[in-house]
Write a protein that binds this ligand. Structure first.
Ligand code: GTP
Length: 334
């Protein structure tokens, strides 16, 4: 089975990290985010993946030089300009000549969904398009979906206000589509799948949605990217990775608690790292205390850093105490 994975966004909410590495290639549990997303697809029967890329395709080709990822064969569809989600899906599907039922995944979403179950649900109902639904406590920032008992979609409510809907089921970003969905998107058109294509299909009665209350996180924000990493070591996923990579250098008396230390990262004597992610090549000097922070760059001695993101060019000067910071600050980067 073929899947299209959307990876063409700019990743502005993960700046400054995404200045040096495109969001889908940022590590989650030591491997690229997109590889974690593709692992789930492959477990559900996907064998071919077309990456719907918007810009900078080269780092992807370098990262997967044999054009395979998590056991799937990779294809690259590079849009001449951002086409939004439906435009990107149609562009990628045409690029790869997809002419059978296929899967679509948002490249930021990490989930333990059984994708084979979603495909079976779709086929049993003769659907044209089927969405995975996840329940959330507060749906106000998401696209809410209302359905009949059998899963037929009756209404979409984008970012509902209190009283707009009683549903707490949101679009979780994994879809099964019939190839004729592509025909609903004119060649080269910029269109949204959630706001334009799905409501049009729902109006014909062939749009379905399957609830599955499984592990799910949209890793595109600073807090959720950090959490997605910690979930790979804390037993929240169906797999577990070692928190400290073999090639990381960690001083014997450094304290590492609920944190990931990636390949080539260095933690010096007396440093304390809690609830954090030290990305490849990052450096934390002696006696520095780092909490709830993602580090790509350098933290000098005797700093206290909390709730921050330090990009590849970021340096926290010795003795600094910082909270809620982005270094370098994207607001000041031209
Ligand atoms: P932010 O800039 O931080 O909002 O991130 P983003 O640009 O990735 O946007 P968003 O998280 O809303 O995008 C959701 C998913 O769709 C991500 O996997 C994006 O890579 C992808 N995406 C968004 N717009 C496009 C597009 O025009 N083309 C392609 N190919 N993918 C897109």
């Amino acid at each position: 089975m073929h899947a299209v994975v959307l990876v063409g966004g700019f990743g502005t909410r993960l700046r400054p990290l995404t200045y040096s590495i495109p969001k889908p290639l940022l590590p989650v549990g030591h491997v690229p985010l997109v590889e974690r997303a593709i692992e789930t697809l492959v477990a559900g029967g996907v064998t071919e993946v077309t990456l719907a890329l918007g810009f900078k395709p080269e780092p992807f080709m370098e990262r997967f030089p044999d054009s395979t990822c998590a056991g799937a064969q990779l294809h690259y569809a590079v849009e001449p300009e951002p086409l939004d989600t439906a435009g990107a899906i149609a562009f990628a599907a045409r690029h790869s000549g997809i002419n059978e039922t296929f899967v679509v995944a948002n490249g930021d979403v990490l989930t333990d969904l059984n994708v084979a179950d979603l495909v079976a649900f779709h086929r049993e109902r003769g659907a044209q398009a089927t969405i995975h639904l996840i329940p959330v406590d507060d749906p106000s920032q998401y696209g809410v979906v209302e359905t009949e008992v059998d899963g037929r979609v009756t209404r979409f409510v984008e970012k509902p206000q209190p009283g707009d809907t009683t549903s707490r089921m949101i679009n979780a970003g994994t879809y099964v589509l019939e190839p004729n969905v592509i025909d609903l998107v004119p060649v080269g058109a910029r269109m949204s799948v959630e706001r334009e294509v799905f409501p049009a299909i729902a109006a014909t009665g062939r749009m379905y949605a399957m609830p599955a209350d499984v592990y799910w996180i949209d890793a595109g924000r600073a807090d959720t990217y950090l959490q997605a990493n910690l979930d790979t070591i804390n037993g929240n996923r169906r797999f577990k990775v070692p928190p400290v990579a073999e090639s990381a250098t960690v001083a014997p008396d450094a304290l590492i608690e609920n944190s990931i230390i990636c390949a080539g990262a260095t933690v010096e004597f007396g440093a304390k790292i809690t609830n954090s992610v030290l990305l490849p090549g990052s450096y934390v000097a002696t006696q520095s205390v780092v909490n709830q922070t993602t580090v790509m760059g350098r933290i000098d001695p005797c700093c206290k850093v909390a709730n921050s993101m330090i990009g590849a060019d970021g340096v926290v000067q010795a003795g600094s105490q910082i909270v809620d910071a982005l270094i370098p600050d994207p607001a000041k980067v031209s």
